[in-house]
Write a protein that binds this ligand. Structure first.
Ligand code: TYM
Length: 337
C-alpha cells in the first residue's frame, strides 16, 4: 500500500479563530484529511511574538483546539497538538534561524506590515525571525504538503529555501514541502467585511469586519448585513467590485458552489438578498460547529488529555528529525542518547 503524504499546518492562538482561518485553512484540512497523514498544530510559540496576557493565551489555546475538533478534524487521520509541548520545534527553530540570511527575512511582507507604525527598536526580534520557526514546524514532520491561506505563501517559500539550503550544505536531511493554497476554489483569501481591500484578521482591531467562529448567530448576521458593498445596486458576479466579490467568495467557499452557480443565483439580485443568503449559509455551517466546540470546552480535563495524546504522537517523529539535523551539524549527543 503506498504510504500517505504527510500534511502539516497550524494556526496561532493569538485571538479567537475567525472565518478566514476556517475557509483558508481548517475547512481544506477537514475536506482532505483522509487522503494524508496529518499534523495540525496550535502554534503557541508563534503567538508570543507580541506581548500577550498569559491567562488569555492559555484560554485561546484550548479554544482553538476545541474549534479544530468541532470543525471535523478526525483523530483517526489527524494529530492535533500544541507546539510548545514538543520542544524540538524551539530547538530546530534556533538551528534554522542560524541558517537564515537577514535579507530573506527582510523581504517578508507580513513582517513589514506588522512592524509598520511601530518603532523599529520596539518590535520583538521574534516577529522578525518567526519564519525560521515556522520552517522548523513544517520540516520536523517530513511534511510534503502545507495547506494554508494565500497570506502564508511567502513564508512557505522561505521554508522550502531553508530546507534546500540545509540539504545542500549538510547533506540530504529535510523533505522540501509544497504549499497547497486555494485548491478548493474559493476561501484562500477572505477579506474584511468592513474593508474588503484588507484581509480578514484577528489583529488589526477591525471587529466589525471579522466574523469569529464562536460569535453568537445574531452578531454574525449583523456583521454580514453591515458588510461594505460596492456602489451600484445589483450583483454581477463576473464584474463585481471587492465588497461584493468577497461576499460571493464566502458564499461559494461555504456552500462549495462554482462561480457559474453564484452567477445563476445572484446576478441581477440586490445586495441585500446576497447578504441574507451569505448569512444563512454561514449560520447553517457554523451552528453545529459552535455546539460541538462549546461542549468540548466544558470539559477542560478531557481537552488537555487529548492534547497530551497528540503531543505523544508528534514528539517521537519530531525528535527523530531533530536528531538527524543535529548529527548533520556536528552537535554531540549525550552518551546513550
Ligand atoms: P495564522 O494564525 O495567521 O492563520 C492561520 C491560517 O489561516 C489562514 N488565514 C486566512 N485564510 C484566508 N483568508 C484570511 N483572511 C485568512 N487569515 C488567516 C492562514 O493563511 C493560515 O493558513 N504563520 C502561520 C502559522 C504557522 C504555520 C506553521 C502554518 C506557524 N507554523 C506551519 C503552516 C505551517 C500564521 O501566522 O497563520
Amino acid at each position: 500500500m503506498p504510504s500517505l503524504p504527510v500534511v502539516f499546518s497550524g494556526i496561532q492562538p493569538s485571538g479567537a479563530p475567525h472565518l478566514g482561518n476556517y475557509l483558508g485553512a481548517i475547512r481544506p484540512w477537514v475536506v482532505e484529511q483522509a487522503e494524508s497523514r496529518n499534523y495540525f498544530c496550535i502554534v503557541d510559540l508563534h503567538a508570543l511574538t507580541v506581548e500577550r496576557d498569559p491567562a488569555q493565551l492559555a484560554d485561546q489555546t484550548r479554544e482553538l483546539a476545541a474549534v479544530y475538533w468541532a470543525c471535523g478534524i478526525d483523530p483517526a487521520h489527524s494529530t492535533v497538538f500544541v507546539q510548545s509541548h514538543v520542544a524540538a520545534h524551539a530547538e530546530l527553530g534556533w538551528l534554522l534561524t542560524c541558517l537564515t540570511p537577514m535579507g530573506w527575512l527582510e523581504r517578508m511582507t507580513q513582517f513589514k506590515e506588522k512592524a509598520r507604525g511601530e518603532q523599529a527598536e520596539r518590535v520583538g526580534a521574534g516577529l522578525f525571525t518567526y519564519p525560521a520557526l515556522m520552517a522548523a514546524d513544517i520540516l520536523l514532520y517530513r511534511t510534503e504538503l502545507v495547506p494554508v491561506g494565500e497570506d502564508q505563501r511567502q513564508h512557505l517559500e522561505l521554508a522550502r529555501d531553508l530546507a534546500q539550503r540545509f540539504n545542500h550544505r549538510y547533506g540530504e536531511t529535510f523533505v522540501v514541502p509544497q504549499p497547497r493554497i486555494g485548491h478548493l476554489g474559493a476561501g484562500s483569501r477572505v477579506m474584511g467585511l468592513d474593508d474588503p481591500t484588507t484581509k480578514m484578521s484577528k489583529t488589526g482591531g477591525q471587529e466589525a469586519g471579522c466574523i469569529l467562529l464562536l460569535d453568537p448567530p445574531d452578531l454574525i448576521r449583523r456583521k454580514v448585513l453591515r458588510a461594505q458593498t460596492d456602489s451600484g445596486r445589483e450583483v454581477a458576479v463576473e464584474v463585481a467590485g471587492p465588497g461584493v466579490a468577497n461576499l460571493v467568495d464566502i458564499w461559494r467557499a461555504v456552500t462549495g458552489a462554482s462561480r457559474e452557480d453564484a452567477g445563476r443565483c445572484f446576478d441581477g439580485r440586490g445586495y441585500g438578498e446576497l447578504k441574507r443568503r451569505v448569512a444563512d449559509a454561514l449560520l447553517e455551517v457554523l451552528a453545529p460547529i459552535q455546539d460541538r466546540a462549546l461542549a468540548l470546552l466544558r470539559d477542560r480535563a478531557e481537552l488537555d488529555r487529548r492534547l497530551a495524546d497528540g503531543a505523544a504522537v508528534a514528539q517521537p517523529v519530531a525528535a527523530g528529525t531533530l536528531a538527524r539535523a543535529r548529527r548533520r551539524l556536528g552537535l554531540l549527543s549525550l552518551p546513550g542518547g
